[in-house]
Design a protein. Structure first.
Length: 276
């Protein structure tokens, strides 16, 4: 005889029979991203056909191949002009030689190689061990970098209130919304007061963001998880961060015409209360 307040046997059996079909979003997103980017790093070489094809699909791609465009994993994702403009607008002005900086999703060191010479200390977080190996190889001459392999989508708690600047680039477009939200909360916790962060997401409202969305049949970590500026701005506010600056679509910039870039700041505690 079944006891009161216990689920009936039929319900227990139903849940057990469906357990393999239940999707646990965070675990699935973390594990699938980890597998994808480990394999990407293992297979990446400058001269393999799939990497060359990605470069050829960029603006002026044929000339980029002739111009030794490929030096880091990820160089195949954009032209250098778009990348440098984005970093000049959203990253470089907020760091200096005294800054303690962290990157979420350092990949093969494409952005870290540009940031490390400009700061006192750089912490490279990544969930993919093979990506960190590539980054270490590329950055081996730099002595101001710590490489941290994450076991889950979370900034370790020992970095609370310790960082002057955090950035994440070419990462959040591949994360689901709950994972993005968790990272934003961690960013708020890890920054010092008045510390800043550069965050890059997808943007379904941008011209090339929409074009990519309609070509993509469904979300996969190899594709984009599409969000809008309104959603990102709301999450930023809920995380206790202030929006300082945001990108607008520009046809000549791959990132601005497809994605959303923002600069945010952690206000003093008394100001955070006023955000509501």
């Amino acid at each position: 005889m079944e006891k009161k307040n216990e689920p009936p046997n039929a319900l227990i059996n139903l849940v057990q029979s469906l357990s393999e079909a239940i999707v646990y979003t965070e675990s699935s997103n973390f594990d699938t991203n980890k597998k994808l980017w480990n394999n990407y790093a293992k297979d990446w070489k400058k001269d393999v056909d799939w990497v060359k094809k990605m470069v050829q699909n960029l603006p002026d791609g044929e000339n980029l191949l002739l111009d030794s465009h490929l030096s880091h994993i990820g160089d195949e994702w954009s032209d250098k002009k778009s990348l440098e403009q984005t970093l000049e607008d959203f990253l470089y002005p907020s760091i200096n030689i005294d800054s303690l900086v962290a990157e979420i999703g350092s990949g093969g060191g494409r952005i870290a190689s540009r940031v490390a010479p400009r700061v006192k200390k750089l912490i490279c977080f990544d969930i993919a061990e093979e990506m960190l190996k590539k980054a270490k190889d590329v950055l081996q001459e730099k002595n101001n970098i710590d490489f941290v392999l994450l076991s889950k989508s979370k900034i370790p708690p020992e970095y609370k209130n310790s960082l002057d600047f955090i950035y994440t680039f070419d990462v959040f477009p591949h994360l689901d919304l709950h994972t993005i939200w968790k990272y934003l909360q961690d960013i708020s916790l890890a920054l010092k007061q008045n510390g800043r962060a550069f965050i890059h997401t997808s943007n379904i409202t941008a011209p090339d963001g929409w074009n990519r969305f309609v070509r993509q049949e469904k979300y996969t970590v190899g594709g984009f998880y599409f969000v809008s500026p309104e959603i990102v701005n709301m999450l930023v506010k809920k995380a206790g961060l202030l929006l300082i600056k945001h990108s607008m679509p520009q046809p000549e910039n791959v990132y601005y015409n497809r994605d959303y870039c923002i600069l945010v700041e952690k206000p003093p505690a008394k100001d955070k209360k006023d955000q509501g």
